[in-house]
Design a protein around this ligand. Structure first.
Ligand code: DGL
Length: 276
């Protein structure tokens, strides 16, 4: 039987540049796919907002991405996934979505000290999704959770490896180290950008878990199962929009080694998002 293909783009969004860590993993795993990315820098950080507000933004972003004729949407933001994954699925029955959730399960499987850590936004920790993951997967392992208010803004300011960033991270991670964590879950898609700093603080005895490669594999499986993979001769590509400043966004992308991408200005008006 002839396999079917689909060259429409995959839509990806986050509050800012964080979802680019997931985008990079998808690009590496699926180089023939065309990706379109939206960073909602106007409303960043999501993690300090209410889950209801983030859900409203996410529903509008999904409408805008679907208007670009996406075949699948990745919510490359833990906060937006916690706030809105169920709501977007209800609003778009049958449409494929992939969301993020803190990777507590692999951390629990890895630990030998019996204590693991999760860092994420304040809003993610307040969500039902987080509570349900811990109750499903923690078993008798102690899961320490630590919100990191201010870290997303620090990363968006370009201070990836800066003494102030390191000081913030030390303040959150050292108390967890004192409780003998041996696995640390990066529960916000911005945090892999500061992974080298985190590694320096926690040392080689703590396994750092970034779910981005697993998300890329999940996207691949879904596309194959739904016969939505790009054709063999497709060349892929990445187009980005931000609701913030495109020039700033482009500089940060370059620093994340995402080249050849064009950054366009997205516009919010009365709760509706347009991607011109
Ligand atoms: N990157 C996001 C996440 O994964 C959101 C960060 C924020 O805007 O606070 O949670």
């Amino acid at each position: 039987m002839l396999e079917r293909h689909d060259d429409r783009p995959i839509g990806i969004f986050d509050s800012g540049i964080g979802g680019l860590t997931v985008t990079a993993a998808i690009r590496q795993a699926l180089p023939r796919e065309r990706l379109i990315y939206f960073g909602d820098n106007l409303h960043m950080p999501y993690g300090q907002r209410s889950l209801q507000e983030v859900q409203r933004f996410s529903l509008a972003i999904v409408e805008a991405l679907r208007a670009q004729d996406c075949k699948l949407i990745v919510i490359a933001c833990n906060t937006a996934s916690a706030a809105a994954l169920a709501a977007v699925r209800t609003a778009h029955p049958g449409f494929p979505f992939v969301g993020m959730e803190p990777a507590v399960k692999p951390a629990v499987e890895h630990t030998s000290t019996g204590t693991v850590g999760v860092i994420a936004t304040t809003a993610t920790f307040q969500s039902e999704l987080y509570a349900s993951i811990v109750s499903r997967f923690a078993g008798d392992v102690t899961v320490l959770h630590q919100p990191c208010p201010g870290l997303v803004r620090q990363i968006e300011s370009g201070a990836f490896d800066h003494p102030a960033t390191e000081a913030m991270l030390r303040g959150w991670l050292e108390p967890m180290l004192a409780q003998h964590i041996d696995a640390l879950v990066l529960g916000c898609t911005h945090y892999p950008i500061v992974r080298p700093v985190i590694e320096r603080i926690v040392g080689p005895g703590v396994r750092i878990i970034d779910p981005a490669p697993a998300i890329a594999r999940r996207v691949d499986h879904l596309l194959q199962n739904l016969e939505l993979s790009a054709t063999d001769h497709a060349t892929g590509g990445l187009t980005c929009w931000t609701s913030g400043d495109p020039a700033t966004f482009a500089v940060l992308m370059e620093r994340l080694h995402l080249h050849q991408a064009e950054v366009r200005q997205a516009v919010w008006r009365e709760g509706v998002l347009t991607l011109p």
